[in-house]
Every structure is written in structure tokens, then in C-alpha cells.
Ligand binder design. Structure first.
Ligand code: HEM
Length: 455
């Protein structure tokens, strides 16, 4: 316990693993926690014994924020969960659906690039704007348009995610959790935030329902809420309630906003620290888009080096460093070690991505490593590189996330050169992390843009 208090959990657990090995059993309160820190052990959990390890534990955060754990990300592995996950992969996050949101991404990113160009020569808080447009894109894809209360929704979700990163004591003593819950300030705060977000989501659903009744939906195109309402109207073994729809929409929102923004933010910071990488990436984007004068999504597939930058960023800064907690139904063995039933499994993707046993110059930001090994990808089959997890609980949002990361990066590189403020040297840029359910930069990335191609 004393090794964990006050430090970054993923870092403290990596340090413990280097002493005690890639599979640790850590008893905290009443709970057996199994910490996985090598690709071989991760493969056991996410492939060989995936069916036994694909449940999620019942914790305070999903009980309150994720509608009693009925979302896709936090849902127990049951028939209902399989049904909504299927809707998600076959309807909400398909390549075709993602492409239908192209104009939203292009509009939002172009607006940001124009705003940056107006700050030419002065300090621009890039972090703040990256998060704001990525959440903006997620909101428009999910809700169909910008709602006036979007900002309030985003800030409540961000606050709840931050609380989710803290270890809540009641989660460690399930047999007496009600006792802790009676006096818990975390619970009270989460409930307050949930009341706010729930009201906003209900308004969005009601608004869509009215729009559907008036037939406007067909004229204006279908967004994710419309798709879910269509499923609600169908006869199904698992009729969707409004709460079920809200839980799924919230998943799309958190998945679509928080994770991709932190990758774009870290990628820019890493390139600032490594000007040679930035120059090479700029040369690629400027060659591919040439004198077109703007960057759209049509040529993103040609930006091979940029794709390697995104991969290298996901290796060093996986947005969800310990993945999402899993739970095993049955007792079992992994490589001869006994795992009790209902253990909580943390897979330290952050530690695995930085392990010098699997990566040359592991702490060095070197996108070229993926040029030499382009086939190593993040789709859950190379267990030394698992920023999106793997197996039945793998992230279904890769297709949605990819243009959300590549388009802003390509535009930043095409239109601008970047400098650090106050004569700061590149190597002095602070890279401290802030732990929550995702890892962000502790300090915002503030840079001076210099226009190369006027947007
Ligand atoms: C860079 C971007 C992203 C990263 C790094 C990321 C990472 C992850 C990780 C690590 C998990 C847990 C996997 C596991 O337990 O094995 C996950 C689950 C999930 N992600 Fe993502 N994600 C990203 C983008 C997205 C997007 C854009 C969406 C949706 C719009 C999304 C929706 C989800 C959902 C619904 C789950 C729950 C899956 C389940 O439990 O079955 N993610 N993501």
C-alpha cells in the first residue's frame, strides 16, 4: 500500500513488477488484484483465457455514472451487454458511419486552425483547444448538432473521469460498501455530476424523439442518438430503455473525446522535444498536400510517417494506461500461478510499452521503429503494443479515433511551424503526467505558432 500512495499507479506498479515479476497478486482490502506487466501474461488474459477474463467488476463509478454498469465499457459480460456491443460495432462505429462524420471533423479542425492563425506569434494554449474540438466532434457525431449545454456536459464528464482515477476505499470492501457509501464525499460528488449529465442526455433524447416524429431526421441525416432510438422502436429481446441509450451515448462521448485528444496533445509535445521528427512529419504532409492550401481527409492514408508518430505516441502514452479493469468468473491458473475467482485484473499497457525487453531504446520517442516494422499494429494481436486492449473487451472505437488524431495533427504540421515560449529550449519541455482514468499532460502545452501555409 505504501508503495502506491501518492504516486502514479501505473508507474508504482511498474516499479513493483520489476522486483516481483510480470504477474503480481496484490491484496487490497478484501480484493485480489492481479497486475499484469508482460506481453506473455497479457496474451493469457486477452486471448488464451479471454472468455474467463472478460467481465468488469462492479465499482462505484460505473454504478453511478454509467447507469448501474449498463454501458458497453463498464457492463458485465451478459447477454444484454453482447447485444449493445453488437449494435455499437455493427451500427455506431463502422467505417461507413465514421466516414459520414467527415464533414464534422473537417469543419471543426479548420475552425481551430483559423483561430490558431489569428494568434500567430503569440502564446497559444494548444491543449485546451485540442480537447475542446475533439469533444466538439464527439458531441456533434453523437447528438447531431452543437447544443448550448455541451460545455457543461463536457466539464461534468471530465470531473467525473478525474474522480474515477482515484482509488475509492468502498470498492476495496464490497461486503461493507454501504457503510463507506453513507459518508463518502466521492459518491456524493459523482451523484451530483450524474444528475447534471443525465438531465442533459435526457433532453437530447427528447429533442431527437420529437424531431423523428416530425420527420426532420431524414432531411438532417442520422446521428448516433437516432440510430439508438431506431433500435428502441424495434421489437427486440432486449428492449432499450432511455437509460440504456444514455449509457451508450456517454461511452461514445468519453471514448471519442478524452482518449484521442490526449494522444494529439502528447504527439505535439513529443515532436516539439524532437525537432527532427517534426521536420520530417512536416515535410511529409507538405509534400502530400502540396499547394492545395488545406488539409482534408482525402489523402490521410498517404501520411505513413504521421501514422508511425501516432503509434509511437500510443506506445509511450497509452491514453488508458492500465486499460479498463477486468474480472474473472472462475478460479484458474496462469503459467502455473493460481488466480482466485472474482479477482480484479489490471493490465499495465503503459509499462509493457516502455519495457526495454521488448523495445529498443524504449524511452526514446522514435517513430521510425514502426516504419521498419509497419506490421506491428494496435489491433490487439501484438501484445507488446496494446493501447486499445484486446480480446472480447477490446476498444471498438479505433476507426472513429484514427481520423480524430490524424486530421488535427496533419493540419498543425501543414499550416504552422511551432516554437516554445519564453526562449524555453525544446529539451526543457515538461512531460509530467496527470493520472485519471486516462493520462493527460499535467501542464497544458502552450506554443507559439508561425504560419507556413495561411489557412
Ligand atoms: C486513441 C483513442 C482511444 C484509445 C487509446 C482507447 C482505448 C481503450 C481501451 C484501452 C479500452 C479498454 C480495452 C480493454 O479492456 O481491453 C477501451 C474500451 C472502449 N472504448 Fe476506446 N479508446 C479510444 C477511442 C475510442 C473511441 C473513439 C470510442 C468511441 C467513439 C471508444 C469506445 C470504447 C468503448 C465503448 C469501450 C468499451 C469496450 C468494452 O468494454 O467492450 N474508444 N478503449
Amino acid at each position: 500500500m505504501h508503495n502506491l500512495v501518492g504516486s502514479m499507479p501505473h508507474e508504482a506498479l511498474r516499479n513493483l513488477a520489476s522486483k516481483y515479476g510480470p504477474l503480481m497478486h496484490l491484496k487490497l482490502g478484501e480484493i485480489s488484484n492481479i497486475i499484469v506487466s508482460s506481453p506473455e501474461m497479457a496474451q493469457e488474459i486477452m486471448k488464451t483465457q479471454d472468455l474467463n477474463f472478460c467481465d468488469r467488476p462492479s465499482l462505484l463509478f460505473p454504478r453511478i455514472i454509467a447507469y448501474n454498469g449498463t454501458s458497453i465499457a463498464f457492463g458485465r459480460y451478459r447477454d444484454y451487454w453482447r447485444y449493445v456491443r453488437k449494435i455499437c460495432t455493427m451500427e455506431l462505429l463502422t467505417i461507413k458511419r465514421v466516414q459520414s462524420f467527415r464533414h464534422i471533423r473537417e469543419e471543426e479542425v479548420s475552425e481551430l486552425v483559423k483561430a490558431i492563425s489569428q494568434s500567430e506569434g503569440s502564446i497559444f494554449n494548444l491543449t485546451e483547444k485540442i480537447f475542446s474540438i475533439t469533444y466538439g466532434i464527439a458531441a456533434r457525431a453523437a447528438f447531431g448538432k452543437k447544443y448550448s449545454y455541451q460545455e457543461a456536459f463536457i466539464s461534468s464528464i471530465e470531473e467525473a473521469l478525474h474522480l474515477a482515477g482515484e482509488n475509492y476505499i468502498g470498492d476495496l470492501y464490497p461486503s461493507i460498501r454501504v457503510v463507506f457509501e453513507m459518508t463518502s464525499r466521492t459518491k456524493a460528488k459523482l451523484e451530483e455530476l450524474h444528475v447534471k449529465t443525465d438531465k442533459i442526455l435526457q433532453d437530447v433524447i427528447d429533442d431527437h424523439r420529437n424531431r423523428r416524429r416530425s420527420g426532420k431526421c431524414e432531411e438532417e441525416g442520422e446521428d448516433l442518438v437516432d440510430v439508438l432510438l431506431k433500435f428502441q422502436e424495434k421489437d427486440s429481446e432486449y428492449p432499450l430503455t432511455d437509460d440504456n441509450i444514455k449509457a451508450v451515448i456517454q461511452d461514445m462521448f468519453i471514448g471519442g473525446g478524452e482518449t484521442s485528444s490526449s494522444v494529439v496533445d502528447w504527439a505535439m509535445a513529443e515532436m516539439i522535444k524532437k525537432p527532427k521528427v517534426m521536420e520530417r512529419a512536416q515535410a511529409e504532409v507538405r509534400r502530400v498536400y502540396g499547394n492545395k492550401g488545406y488539409v482534408d481527409e482525402s489523402e490521410l492514408h498517404q501520411l505513413i510517417y504521421l501514422k508511425c508518430i501516432v503509434k509511437e505516441t500510443l506506445r509511450l502514452h497509452p491514453s488508458v494506461p492500465l486499460l479498463v479493469l477486468r474480472e474473472n468468473k472462475e478460479p484458474c491458473q496462469i503459467k502455473g500461478y493460481k488466480i482466485p475467482a472474482n479477482s480484479r485484473i489490471m493490465i499495465n499497457a503503459w509499462a509493457i510499452g516502455r519495457d526495454p525487453k521488448y523495445w529498443d531504446e524504449a524511452l526514446n520517442f522514435k517513430p521510425e521503429r514502426f516504419l521498419d516494422n509497419y506490421s506491428i499494429d494496435q489491433r490487439g494481436t501484438n501484445f507488446e503494443f496494446i493501447p486499445f486492449g484486446g480480446g472480447r473487451r477490446m476498444c471498438p472505437g479505433i476507426a472513429f479515433a484514427t481520423p480524430n488524431m490524424e486530421l488535427p495533427l496533419a493540419q498543425f504540421l501543414y499550416h504552422f511551424d511551432w516554437k516554445l515560449p519564453n526562449g524555453m529550449k525544446n529539451e526543457e519541455l515538461d512531460m509530467t503526467e496527470l493520472f485519471g482514468i486516462t493520462i493527460r499532460r499535467r501542464n497544458d502545452l502552450c506554443l507559439i505558432p508561425i504560419i507556413h501555409h495561411q489557412p
